[in-house]
Structure formats: structure tokens, C-alpha cells
Design a protein around this ligand. Structure first.
Ligand SMILES: [Zn+2]
Ligand SMILES: [Zn+2]
Length: 175
């Protein structure tokens, strides 16, 4: 979905739209519902918006996919044409709560813009649940569905020397 900058009327634009958002390693896109208020002042474009999305994330502990509802991701951005920014000296005048971005060739990709905002709001290390047990560091088994074999070894450390002795004897027998 492309927004053509010169087409934005002076009085602004209100946009409400559903756009597919594809994050890093998910297989199917999630649909973002975005409400945008777009204003233009000569070549400067201001976009204020809020996004709702049920985003599919990959758990950083167990690697499973899970759905995280994200309500009301809000943002305010100012967009300037990229070629003119280098000569712009009044950059410091920007208010703190306004993020500065650029657009190219008189157009803005709204889908890209919304994806960016969703990505900014997604946690760095998402977890499917506070209680996620993750994966075993030794065998790689996902532990939410049950313990792995090595977990059982760990449960009784007193048996470890005995196990080693047994293995040593078995090795002797075969050699
Ligand atoms: Zn998990
Ligand atoms: Zn294991």
C-alpha cells in the first residue's frame, strides 16, 4: 500500500486499514489493523497512528510459535524527503516525542511503515509463557511437553558414579 505524498490533501487524510505484516521467521502474515492520521506540510509528512495486531512470535526459550495480542501500538512520525535532509539545518527543532524518518521518490510504503512500528514494539526475547521451560541444553528436547532423558539423569546425581562404573565395565567387556 503506497501513499503518494503530493496526493495528500492540505487538510490531511484519515486512513483506517488492514494490512498483512510478516515478521522475521513466521510462515503466515498477521493482519494489522491501523488507524492513521496523515498530515502534510509542504514536503513534510506527519503520521500519527495506532495499530492493533495479534502477532505470531517465536518463543526464545522453546522455539515454538505463539500469538501475542498487541493492542494500541501508538506512534508519531515525521517524514522528510531523503534528498533534502542533508541541507536541513533545523533538525534540532524536532520535539522529543516525534520520531524522524525519511521517504523516497515522493512515496511512502504504509505496509513497511506499519511493519516497522510493530517490530519496534515486539519484545527482543519473546517468551510464550512465564512458565515456559524451554529446551534442554544437552539434547535439545522441548521441555514443556515433558522431561527429557537427561533430565532423569540429573534427578539422581548419586547414581552417576555407579553409571560410570557400569559403562566402564561394559567397555572392558567389549574390547
Ligand atoms: Zn516457550
Ligand atoms: Zn535433555
Amino acid at each position: 500500500m503506497r501513499l503518494i505524498i503530493p496526493d495528500i490533501p492540505e487538510e490531511g487524510l484519515d486512513h483506517e486499514l488492514d494490512l498483512p505484516v510478516m515478521l522475521n521467521n513466521s510462515m503466515t502474515p498477521d493482519i494489522a489493523h491501523a488507524v492513521l492520521k496523515i498530515l502534510r506540510f509542504k514536503k513534510k509528512v506527519f503520521i500519527e497512528g495506532s495499530i492493533n495486531i495479534n502477532v505470531t512470535l517465536n518463543c526464545s526459550r522453546c522455539c515454538g510459535d505463539f500469538v501475542q495480542p498487541m493492542d494500541n501500538i501508538t506512534f508519531r512520525e515525521e517524514y522528510n524527503p531523503v534528498q533534502e535532509m542533508s541541507h536541513d539545518s533545523d533538525q534540532e527543532l524536532k520535539p522529543d516525542d516525534l520520531d524522524l524518518s525519511y521517504y523516497y521518490n515522493d512515496e511512502l510504503d504504509l505496509q513497511e511503515l506499519i511493519k516497522e512500528q510493530v517490530m519496534l514494539s515486539v519484545p527482543m526475547k519473546p517468551v510464550c509463557s512465564e512458565n515456559c521451560k524451554g529446551m534442554c541444553v544437552r539434547c535439545g528436547k522441548e521441555l514443556n511437553s515433558g522431561p527429557c532423558e537427561c533430565e532423569e539423569d540429573k534427578l539422581d546425581p548419586r547414581l552417576a558414579p555407579l553409571q560410570q562404573l557400569k559403562e566402564a565395565m561394559e567397555n572392558k567387556k567389549t574390547s
